[in-house]
Design a protein around this ligand. Sequence first.
Ligand code: DP6
Length: 326
Amino acid sequence: MRSTAVAHPNIALVKYWGKRNVEYNIPAAGSLSVTLQGLETETHVEFDESLAHDELKLDGDPVGSGRMLDRVEDFLGLVRGYAGTTAHARVETRNNFPTGAGLASSASGFAALTVAACDAAGLDLPRREMSALARRGSGSAARSIFGGYVEMKPGEADDGSDAVAMQIAEADHWDLRCFVGVTAEGKKKVGSTEGMMHTERSSPYYEAWIDQVPRDIETARQAVRTRDFDELAEVAESSCLQMHASAIAAEPGIIYWNGATVELMKAVREQRESGLPMFFTVDAGPHVKVFCPKDHEDDVSSWLADRDDVMDVYEAVPGPGAHLVE
Ligand code: DP6
């Protein structure tokens, strides 16, 4: 009853920001992402009848209380329900990148937990069902079950059974590079769950944002299929800015950016205009993710490393979905 899984974070090019059902954690619209190798979470799960409650260790440190533990316990409760067991679990998880800093650790975290916990509990679910289960932990985790280029469907069913991700292209279909430009230290102040729910409740732009998503998905899906970098650049930056605009317009507005975030977004656009192909995207934190084609990897990497406002750079490439390891 013990298993270990590895999962990679994914970065959304068309963003998920809003839920149609909170209980089942069903997104209000689709999203489209790339699963990224280079950054990873490894999670070990062991069910043990003698445990009185679930135990969690993150990067070697026991987590005794708080929202993260509550989310993991709720999720393990779902797995126990599916598997028909009452045993609690020992969970040990490690990230090779900072947790909770807008680098999508909940995506790789819950994707790795889904694969490891299902296997440890003796559940052999098809990928589609694993994606639906991972979604209950975190919406973006449903996408990290798959590798390469991934589309999340909002579905129609009340229980979210069709709100699942699917692969639209293999990782090697298009050799893009992703650089994470770290612009601040420490954890983000408003988590994604809280941020998107506050946006839905109070932003006058929320509905317009949700209406736009299907059009952006169509454009992005086509751009991925035809490997059209310029088209993907336009739609990804626009989806990112529209998501942030909806959050900024909430009351009170949520601003995830710092000064360096804004400078970097502007500089990326200037570089693209002057012929170096790259585009940005930003999630619920101040870091800027910069994508470029593989041929321009060295130029973009040294350009980012030379900037005073970039504290650290992580590099990633399209990679595999969540999987078991020995
Ligand atoms: C800005 O998946 O973290 O990264 O479902 O509430 O856990 P929950 O939200 P989460 O939200 C991710 C938001 C985002 C955009 C994206 O990844 O699509």
